[in-house]
Design a protein around this ligand. Structure first.
Ligand SMILES: *Cc1c(COP(=O)(O)O)cnc(C)c1O
Length: 400
């Protein structure tokens, strides 16, 4: 859906986005329109409907209804400079469709070495079979990406910060090098939720969100979105339609509900995560904390330059210890669940291993890595829980 209203501040756009009177009627939220069939008044009306390939008008259930249009429009408003947003049933389906929309057999795709693991698997399994070669680059490459661009390079897939290890990429430098050579840039912007970092404003052609995380924010809906500039809009839209992608109006409703509180949630995630990250950095058993707002995180200076805040997800590297010590730490936590998805209101802790998903760079660490999703619980309670976890880690690690 088309955007607009980018003259307003981001927090205001979260509240007003997509709430067109013709979609909400007399109530505040666009209702849930459950529909497969859209009915026409006459044959002439039906013919007129076919003539336009735009969202925001009834046509057929797969094209969505006001509930989905409102969400798409609100997400477009998160990315100033964007033309439209397509919605997907998961973050992975959004990534898959965005790459399909720009790549052709014979192309080379450049992908950050710290990319989300299923994005890598999609490239290695699906895109490879389809004739696209993926080459991985060091996430800290910056303007040096120019040396990797060849005749066949069609697109660059970025993710900043990187999954698990949180390297911040020089997105503007990479985009400038790509533009010089006519290469399309895509960014998985899930960590910043298109809120603490606005990709299109920084030169990206296509930004992708796993709305499953912060947009929904309550751990109860799977959602993906692709937001792009006018140049890519028809390509992205047609590819999504040809693949038959549509999301349930109930899910769109829940995502809209989540989106309205994104600003307050993100600020709280930021405050608590920063407090906990700084505290962890001072613990003797902790070798390093991988949090973009901390000075020793790779790419921290770029984070300071380009981001307006930091999210609640980060990792830390232990100094020595092993898998048993990690299990003692994680299993005994009272307030942290063990689970893969993140961005919800509840805290999570997860042992992670970046080693198998690296090919252009090598992951070297002093010990095991644990990733935390800092939720909206009281920060002091979370810290006390983690402190007991560190004691268990110490005991288990020393016994061995
Ligand atoms: C979770 C995640 C995805 C995938 O989203 P799903 O909705 O789970 O398919 C993509 N990118 C990043 C960075 C993620 O964390």
């Amino acid at each position: 859906m088309r955007g607009g209203g980018s003259d307003k501040k981001p927090a205001t756009r979260l509240v007003t986005g997509g709430r067109r009177k013709e979609w909400t009627g007399a109530v505040v939220n666009p209702p849930v329109w459950r529909a497969s069939t859209h009915l026409y008044d006459s044959v002439a009306d039906m013919r007129a409907g076919k003539a336009s390939n735009e969202d925001g008008r009834f046509f057929y259930g797969r094209r969505g209804s006001p509930t989905q249009w409102a969400l798409a429009e609100a997400l477009t408003e998160l990315e100033p400079g964007a033309h439209g947003t397509m919605l997907f049933p998961s973050g992975v389906s959004a990534i898959a469709c965005a790459l399909l929309a720009v790549l052709r057999p014979g192309d080379v795709l450049l992908m950050a070495d710290s990319s989300y693991d299923p994005t890598r698997s999609y490239a290695e399994a699906f895109l490879k079979k389809w004739g696209v070669e993926t080459r991985y680059y060091d996430p800290l490459i910056g303007a040096g990406i120019a040396d990797l661009i060849c005749e066949r390079t069609r697109a660059i897939m970025m993710e900043s910060p990187g999954s698990l290890t949180f390297e911040i990429q020089d997105v503007p430098a990479i985009c400038a090098a790509a533009k010089d050579r006519g290469v399309t840039t895509l960014l998985d912007n899930t960590w910043a939720a298109s809120y603490f970092f606005r990709g299109i404003e920084h030169g990206v052609d296509i930004t992708i969100l796993a709305g499953t995380k912060y947009i929904v924010g309550h751990s109860d809906v799977m959602l993906g979105s692709v937001t792009c500039t006018e140049k890519y809009w028809q390509r992205v839209r047609r590819t999504a339609q040809q693949l038959g992608q549509v999301i349930a109006p109930d899910d769109a409703y829940l995502a809209l509900r989540g989106l309205r509180t994104l600003d307050v949630r993100m600020r709280q995630h930021q405050d608590s995560a920063l407090k906990i990250a700084r505290w962890l950095a001072g613990q003797p058993r902790v070798a390093r904390v991988l949090h973009p707002a901390l000075p020793d995180c790779p790419g921290h200076a770029i984070w300071r330059r380009d981001f307006s805040g930091s999210a609640g997800l980060f990792s830390f590297v232990m100094d020595g210890g092993d898998a048993d010590a990690v299990a003692a730490f994680v299993d005994g936590l009272a307030l942290f669940g063990i689970g893969y998805s993140w961005g919800g209101y509840e805290s999570l802790a997860l042992p992670v291993d970046p080693t198998p998903d690296r090919s252009a760079t090598e992951w070297k660490a002093e010990g095991p890595v644990i990733r935390l999703n800092i939720g909206l619980e009281d920060c002091a309670d979370l810290m006390a829980d983690l402190a007991k976890g560190l004691e268990r880690y110490e005991k288990t690690a020393c016994k061995r």
